[in-house]
Design a protein. Structure first.
Length: 121
C-alpha cells in the first residue's frame, strides 16, 4: 500500500525549541520593565546552555541586550543631571525596542543572530 507523504507544516515558534526565546523577548518588551527584564535575563542564562547553537546566539543576544541596555540607561540617568540624559533616555528605550524587534523577527524566521555580541542593532 502506498502512504501519502504530505509535507508537515512548519513548526510554530509557539510550539518548538524557540518558545523560551520568544517568552524572553516578550518579557523584555513587557511594559512593566525592570522586574520582567530581570526574569528574562535569568531565563536566558538558564536556557542558553541547553539550546541548539543557532538559538544560543539569540540567548547571548538577549543577555547582551539586557546588560548594554542597563549600562546605557544608567549613563543616560546620570547625564540627566546635565540635562543631556533627558534626550538620551528615549533613545535608549528606542534602541532596546528595536534590538528586541530585530531579534524577534530573526527568531520567527528561524534565523540565527549573525553577531550576537554586537553593541549595535
Amino acid at each position: 500500500m502506498s502512504q501519502s507523504l504530505e509535507p508537515t507544516p512548519p513548526a510554530s515558534p509557539l510550539a518548538d525549541e524557540r518558545q523560551m526565546a520568544l517568552i524572553i523577548y516578550i518579557l523584555f518588551l513587557a511594559p512593566l520593565g525592570g522586574l520582567t527584564h530581570v526574569i528574562g535575563l535569568l531565563l536566558a542564562y538558564v536556557a542558553r546552555d541547553k539550546a541548539p547553537p543557532w538559538l544560543q546566539g539569540h540567548y547571548t543576544y538577549l543577555i547582551g541586550t539586557f546588560w548594554m541596555g542597563a549600562l546605557y540607561f544608567v549613563i543616560a540617568l546620570v547625564l540627566c543631571a546635565l540635562l543631556i540624559g533627558f534626550a538620551l533616555l528615549p533613545l535608549v528605550f528606542l534602541w532596546f525596542i528595536i534590538r528586541c524587534g530585530v531579534g524577534l523577527l530573526r527568531l520567527f524566521r528561524g534565523e540565527a543572530i549573525p553577531n550576537p555580541n554586537t553593541w549595535t542593532i
